[in-house]
Design a protein around this ligand. Structure first.
Ligand SMILES: Cc1cc2nc3c(=O)[nH]c(=O)nc-3n(C[C@H](O)[C@H](O)[C@H](O)COP(=O)(O)O)c2cc1C
Length: 365
């Protein structure tokens, strides 16, 4: 119902605006809600869905539900107080780089409505790890807990040479380590030159070993991978992650592929990462593969083209314990979170299951 109102009334207004302006308005709204207990209570009543059948402890962290905000939406962690009211079970901020940077020149964000997709080449625009740490410190001193686990996604600064990538990630981690429930090493954005080369197993292992040496509190570390890796590369990454106490893998980031799209060539040919419906199939395959290779022993956060209960359920059945959304929020609006949460409980009933944890990787039993 609220989702229909969004699609018929609010979305046309937002889509008439420049995509970055629309995004800034969305972030400002969530931040405003997060700063006002009265608004939090109104929004929660409308959009929050709570059910013990969806709560889980994953990687030692308690999640009220499996639906999270994907990285890239709240890059500078400015709206963290609001995400719980909109029904999210966790929120991942970033990507944050060691050095603040403005990202690529605009335009760098494109909607592809005919494909329910987005192309972005933002290029890790963010205020940098020190400034985010400062703002998170100030936030935690003046506010109550945000109510849901906070993930912190780390990227590599543009000015840092690839050979020094590990120092960049470690410097950010040291500054931010007190504020995140889990940390993500993002080596899969297509918009920082050479970043995806860090997915090469030896290079990635070096970064992870350096981070683990600093990770004295044993916060869960996850790696976020691209859908464009081939199956052999994925196998090597999963095995290496398991050998290095990596808690989980986020599958997947955006794709550089451009297959079977309906949008005009002028949009399809934009450089950047494609997200939404076109990435859904490969993201699901990657999740299945990781689950199969790891025999269910590594946590998977499934992301890529989730826009319905069916999409969410498919990823859980494929082996994802947790899910994330970005493009689905743009096309369906924030009510999608509640719709999916309520829909997952219906799915549990349909399949005769008591708890969401029983559905994870079900297709592989
Ligand atoms: C505009 C935009 C910016 C993004 N920025 C980041 C980012 O900074 N770090 C990251 O790990 N992923 C980033 N992503 C990728 C998303 O987190 C997600 O992995 C991807 O979009 C697939 O999910 P979706 O189809 O639900 O959007 C971004 C995606 C979009 C659309």
């Amino acid at each position: 119902m609220l989702s229909q109102i969004y699609q018929s009334s609010l979305r046309p207004l937002l889509f008439a605006l420049d995509p970055e302006l629309a995004h800034s308005l969305a972030i400002a709204t969530v931040k405003t809600v997060g700063n006002s207990p009265a608004l939090q209570s109104v929004v929660s009543r409308l959009l929050k869905y709570e059910n013990p059948r969806l709560t889980q402890t994953v990687m030692g962290i308690n999640f009220p539900n499996p639906i999270g905000l994907a990285a890239g939406f709240d890059k500078n962690a400015i709206a963290i107080g609001g995400w719980a009211s909109f029904g999210f079970g966790f929120a991942e901020v970033g990507s944050i780089t060691c050095h603040g940077q403005s990202g690529n020149p605009q335009p760098r964000l494109f909607r592809l409505p005919q494909d329910e997709a987005i192309i972005n080449r933002m290029g890790f625009n963010n205020i940098g790890a020190e400034a985010v740490a400062e703002s998170l410190r100030a936030y935690t001193q003046t506010h109550q807990l945000i109510g849901i686990p906070l993930g912190i996604n780390l990227g590599k600064s543009k000015i840092t040479p690839l050979a020094e990538a590990k120092d960049d990630y470690v410097s950010s981690f040291k500054l931010l380590k007190d504020f995140g429930a889990y940390f993500v090493i993002n080596v899969s954005s297509p918009n920082t030159v050479g970043l995806r080369d860090l997915q090469a197993v030896d290079t990635l292992e070096e970064i992870l070993l350096t981070l683990q040496a600093e990770n004295l509190e044993h916060k869960p570390l996850l790696v976020k991978i691209a859908p464009d890796l081939n199956d052999q590369d994925i196998q090597a990454i999963v095995q290496m992650c398991m050998q290095n106490q990596v808690a989980g893998i986020i599958a997947t980031n955006t794709t550089i592929a451009r297959q079977n799209l309906q949008s005009p060539e002028s949009l399809i040919s934009q450089m950047g990462g494609l997200s939404g419906q076109p990435v859904k199939k490969r993201s699901l395959e990657v999740i299945k593969l990781i689950h199969q290779i790891s025999q269910g022993k590594i946590t998977i956060i499934g992301v890529g083209g989730i826009a319905s209960v069916e999409d969410a359920w498919a990823k859980i059945m494929a082996g994802a314990s947790l899910l994330q959304l970005y493009t689905g929020l743009v096309y369906q609006g924030l009510p999608i979170v509640k719709n999916i949460a309520a829909g997952l409980v219906q799915k549990l009933d349909e399949f005769g299951l008591e708890h969401i944890s029983e559905a994870i990787g079900k297709t592989w039993e």
